[in-house]
Design a protein around this ligand. Sequence first.
Ligand SMILES: Nc1ncnc2c1ncn2[C@@H]1O[C@H](COP(=O)(O)OP(=O)(O)OP(=O)(O)O)[C@@H](O)[C@H]1O
Ligand SMILES: [Mg+2]
Length: 324
Amino acid sequence: MIRIDSVKKTFGKTEVLKDISIDIEDGEIFGIIGQSGAGKSTLLRCINGLESYDGGLITVNKNPVHIDDKKNLRQIQKKMGMIFQGFNLLERLDVYQNVALPMKFWGIPTNTPEAKEKILKLISLVGLEEKVHAKPRELSGGQKQRVAIARALVLDPEILLCDEATSALDPEITKGILTLLQKINREMGITIVVVTHQMEVVKQICQRVAFLSQGKVLAVGKPEQLFVWPKEHEIRDFLREESDKLPTTGVNLKLFFFGEGNQRPIVTQMSQELHTDFNICWAKLEDFREDVYGSLVLNMDEKDLERACAFLDSKNVTWEVIPR
Ligand SMILES: Nc1ncnc2c1ncn2[C@@H]1O[C@H](COP(=O)(O)OP(=O)(O)OP(=O)(O)O)[C@@H](O)[C@H]1O
Ligand SMILES: [Mg+2]
C-alpha cells in the first residue's frame, strides 16, 4: 500500500531521514515510534506530500509521491486522511461543517441528501450524534479528535495517517480513540499509519511497528517481537527496561511466556525439580492487542544454568541468557 524505499531528507545540513525503507501493507495498522526528533512526523509528511524528500522513492498504491507533480499529488492526498495532536478544527464552524470541510475544499456539494447522509453517518460513527451543531469550544479534547477523525474520513480515504493523535489526551480517552481507530480499520478496511511516542498506542492497536532513531529504522516487526525483550539498547532505553538493575553476579536467565504459558507454575516446579532456589529479579506482564505476554528474569548460580535450560526446554518455555 505504502512503499518507502531508501528515503533521505535533509533540512539545511541536517540529515533528518537517512535511508528509510518500510513497506506498509494494505489493511494494516502500522506504528512508527521513536524518541522526539527521530524524524517520525517528517516521514509522515513525506508520505502525504506535505514535505519533499531528497532521495529514494515513496509510492502509495504504486503511485509515486512527488511534491512537484501537483496534479498526481492531489489525487494521492485525496485518498489519505490525516489527523494531528492539535485537532485543527475551525472554531467558527460547528461539528457538521467541520466534517464537511474537505468536501467543500474539493468542490463536492455538501447540501445534497447523499452528502448529508454521509456526513451524519460519520458523525454517528465517531459517537457525536448529540453534538452535530456544537462548536469546537463546546467539546472536550477527545470529542474534538473524534470530529477530526470523521473529517479525515469524509472523502472515503484508503489510508489514515495519525500524527500523535492521542498524545494530548488522558489514558481513558486515548483508549476510546484507539478503539475507534481499530473499528475504522476493521469495518472500513482503511490502512492506518500511527506516529506516536506512546508505547501504549502501539501495544493496543498496531499489528506492526517501526522503531525510528535519529532518522534511521532501528527495527521493524510485531510490537510483541520488538518490545518484549528488545535486543537493541536504544529500544531498551526508550522503554526504560529494568534490565540495568539486574544482579551482576551469577547468571541472569530470561523466560518468556505467551498466552496460556502465563498460567503455569514453571518457576516453582523448576526449583523443586532441580532442588535449588532461584532469585526472581525482574518480571512483567504486558497486553499486546488481545494477547498477554509475560517475561521474567531469574538469577542463578552458573552451575545450575545447564540443568535449568534443559528443564525449560522440556516444558517448551522460551528462554535467553542475558548477556553482560
Ligand atoms: N521545517 C524544519 N526545518 C528544519 N528542521 C526541521 C524541520 N522540521 C523538523 N526538523 C528537524 O527534523 C528532526 C526530526 O523532526 P520530526 O518533527 O520529524 O521529529 P519527530 O520524531 O516527529 O519528533 P516529536 O516526537 O517531537 O514529534 C528534528 O531534529 C527537527 O528539529
Ligand atoms: Mg512529531
